[in-house]
Write a protein that binds this ligand. Structure first.
Ligand code: PEP
Length: 249
């Protein structure tokens, strides 16, 4: 049986009190399942509510949605990997399509953020995905392999086995459109091949999550794909009942 990762990206939603209420409902109703981990990516201001709620549950972990690559200093509005780690984060999303497309994050930035995360003891969840024009031009695999290589640029091969990857086609995020299981199978297999090339055989076991309009109705079909090791979920992770249904699938 494969080991699964379910990751909730709350984006700019769930104030501290809402996050605390959500987590009370979730933790009260979700019994640990040995074949899966559940990760929460609240807004940084609500991280404390999540960390407090999951404190003795090793199967539940918290992360942040973004970091700056510098350790500290005059970077108004930013948070460093060390600050996030000190506040209880264990994971960080890097290169989410909204960071790339709305905030101009470059592939070089993703490499600096991966390095900063690893240095501070955060596990990076590296997000890759093609736009619709790139898919239509038959560029999907070339684009996602390039994004993966760029984010891990400069890292020793031994480090690769310690990261997580999320394949999130940009055209599927928040749109209600989901990749077909065949699309996901092809992209995930290509990413696993690239991971092995970068980090050796052990890196073939790096979890590769699928993201893009996942919900309780389509999650089982995606998880049935051999190389899909979990899901990264935005909209459908905001409602505790729907999220419980997804993580139990
Ligand atoms: C995401 O934010 O990573 C995401 C996949 O969003 P949604 O599930 O809403 O498409």
């Amino acid at each position: 049986m494969k080991s699964l990762v379910f990751a909730a990206n709350w984006k700019m939603n769930q104030a501290p009190a809402d996050a605390a209420l959500f987590m009370r409902t979730f933790v009260g109703q979700y019994a640990r399942q040995t074949d899966r981990r559940v990760l929460f990516f609240p807004p940084a201001l609500s991280l404390h509510s999540v960390v407090e709620a999951i404190h003795d549950r090793a199967d539940l972990q918290a992360g942040v949605q973004n970091i700056h690559w510098e350790d500290s200093g005059a970077f108004t509005g930013e948070i460093s990997a060390g600050l996030a780690r000190g506040a209880g984060a264990r994971f960080v999303l890097i290169g989410h399509s909204e960071r790339r497309h709305l905030f101009g994050e470059t592939e070089a930035d993703t490499a600096k953020k991966v390095a900063a995360a690893l240095k501070a003891g955060l596990t990076p969840v590296i997000c890759v995905g093609e736009t619709l024009p790139e898919r239509e031009a038959g560029e999907t695999l070339r684009v996602i392999r390039r994004q993966l290589r760029a984010a891990l640029e400069g890292q020793e091969a031994g480090v690769v086995a310690g990261v997580l990857i999320a394949y999130e086609p940009v055209w599927a995020i928040g749109t209600g459109r989901t990749a077909t299981p065949q699309d996901a199978a092809e992209a995930h297999a290509a990413l696993k091949t690239e991971l092995r090339a970068l980090g050796g055989e052990r890196s073939g076991a790096v979890p590769v999550l699928y993201g893009g309009s996942v919900n309780r109705a389509n999650v089982a079909g995606l998880l049935a794909v051999e190389d899909v090791d979990g899901v990264l979920v935005g909209g459908a992770s905001l409602d505790a009942e729907q999220w419980l249904a997804i993580v139990r699938s």
